[in-house]
Design a protein around this ligand. Structure first.
Ligand SMILES: [Zn+2]
Ligand SMILES: [Zn+2]
Length: 451
């Protein structure tokens, strides 16, 4: 069967599935495949797409669902390497520098970005201490370190292909850490906490505030210029376009998106990860995580996330109490930010994921495109719910004058942190390609995730 070609859109060309010649082998020439092209399966909808050789400033989208599949850059290795080294240095210096200082009742204190971790531990909220250190320091710095190691290895070694297995392991961790890097969310949380503190005391901004801003901007630019597909291209310039075993369906690598016509479970010819057409047991795992998050959402909203002590008088605040306090003081934009990220986003995530899980269990109409957009939105915005945890972290890290004036972490924060982490894990466990399978009535594949 000749390949079913569709009109190219944004650089990617849709290819019918499976693409087989009379002999049964994938007919890549009929699909317009030339040297330097690469075929991959879209992460979001499973569509097979032919991408051309890298071209200046090329952006290649999936013709079926619109997902960005690859960005081409003029300097795919040196520019991201230089920016990543700069970001790493900024991060190390910033995280050890003073963030805010406060004068109250004749006393003085200052805090670094991670001071809150110590007081989370003292207040019996160890999971939040771990979450703060992991998302603001460990994940971002480790991810930059891994990227620097891979990029410098590719530039320094004459035949980096020999190092491929080790580089693949480093890149896999680089990919996994991506969602857990949150310095930009901490920066916004810090600004909200600063505004709140200025209503109570004389608060000064320290060098880490400016350093954090520079760290966030440099990291975001380095992220935007780093394209993992360029690394695969440099490591495997002469690889077989689409390895083939007679009678095998197209299998997509869950990690590097490499396509191969090999049996389910066979190792990816590029990175060695077992090939799966769909994430295993994704619906069951996603339902379990959504249910756990929904249960944790109740105490997260009913219990106080922090207690404010002023002159011996204690005043506990739930998440909605914090929103009300901003509104009472006239900080309406901040009240809206906290309400949207801490109350609305978790609800949207729970409702959206539940709707998608119900849709793939009982397909009703073709809503795959809308649900795929909603899924991308949930993945991109879901992590911003962490703002509330970071606001409390900055407040308890600075305002600590015993009974005179202190902020103490409350039990609601741990449940709220659990909601954010569980919904993020639920979104990652879900396989959006099942939405398209549901719309077309296809089976989920040999290793599919349907229950
Ligand atoms: Zn797609
Ligand atoms: Zn792979």
């Amino acid at each position: 069967m000749a390949a079913d070609m569709q009109m190219p859109l944004g650089g990617g060309t849709a290819v019918g599935s499976p693409v087989h010649s009379r002999s049964g082998a994938p007919d890549l020439a009929a699909a317009g495949f030339t040297d330097g092209d690469c075929m991959l399966a879209c992460d979001s909808c499973g569509q097979l797409v032919l991408l051309p050789s890298p071209e200046p400033d090329g952006r290649h989208h999936c013709p079926r669902c619109g997902e960005l599949l690859r960005r081409d850059h003029d300097e795919p290795l040196t520019t991201p390497l230089a920016l990543s080294i700069g970001a790493w240095l900024l991060g190390v210096i910033t995280l050890a520098s003073p963030l805010l200082s406060i004068r109250l009742l004749g006393r003085y204190r200052d805090s670094t970005p991670l001071s809150g971790a110590r007081f989370f531990l003292e207040d019996g909220a160890a999971p939040l201490a771990l979450l703060l250190v992991a998302t603001v320091m460990m994940a971002p710095l480790l991810r930059l370190t891994l990227r620097i190691a891979v990029l410098s290895g590719l530039l320094m070694f004459r035949s980096p292909q020999r190092m491929a297995p080790r580089m693949v392991a480093l890149l896999r961790w680089h990919d996994r850490l991506g969602a857990w890097c949150m310095p930009e969310i901490f920066l916004v949380g810090g600004i909200v906490a600063y505004v709140r503190l200025t209503t109570m005391a004389d608060v000064q901004i320290g060098p880490a505030a400016y350093g954090l801003f520079a760290f966030v901007v440099t990291t975001l630019v380095a992220d935007a210029l780093f394209e993992p597909q360029s690394i695969w291209h440099a490591l495997n310039a002469a690889e077989d376009p689409a390895p083939f075993l007679a009678g095998s369906p197209p299998q997509s690598c869950p990690y590097c998106r490499r396509l191969a016509f090999l049996p389910p479970g066979a190792p990816c010819p590029r990175c060695g990860t077992p090939l799966r057409s769909r994430k295993p047991d994704s619906v069951a795992r996603s339902w379990a995580l959504v249910t756990a998050a929904a249960i944790a959402y109740v105490p997260a909203n009913l219990l106080p996330v922090m207690t404010l002590i002023r002159l011996g008088h204690a005043e506990s605040h739930t998440i909605m109490g914090g929103v009300a306090a901003f509104a009472e003081n006239g900080f309406w934009p901040l009240a809206v930010i906290v309400f949207v990220t801490s109350v609305l986003f978790p609800l949207l995530k729970l409702a959206g994921l539940s709707a998608m899980l119900l849709h793939v269990s009982r397909p009703s109409g073709d809503r795959a495109w809308i649900y795929t957009r909603l899924y991308s939105l949930i993945e991109a915005l879901g992590r911003w719910s962490m703002i509330d945890v970071f606001i409390v972290a900055v407040l308890i890290g600075l305002l600590r004058f015993d009974a005179a004036a202190s902020v103490v972490a409350g039990p609601g924060g741990v449940f709220f942190g659990a909601v954010v982490v569980l919904t993020m894990l639920a979104a990652r466990a879900f396989d959006p390609r099942l939405l398209w399978d549901a719309g077309t009535g296809q089976a989920a594949g040999p290793s599919g995730g349907r229950r």
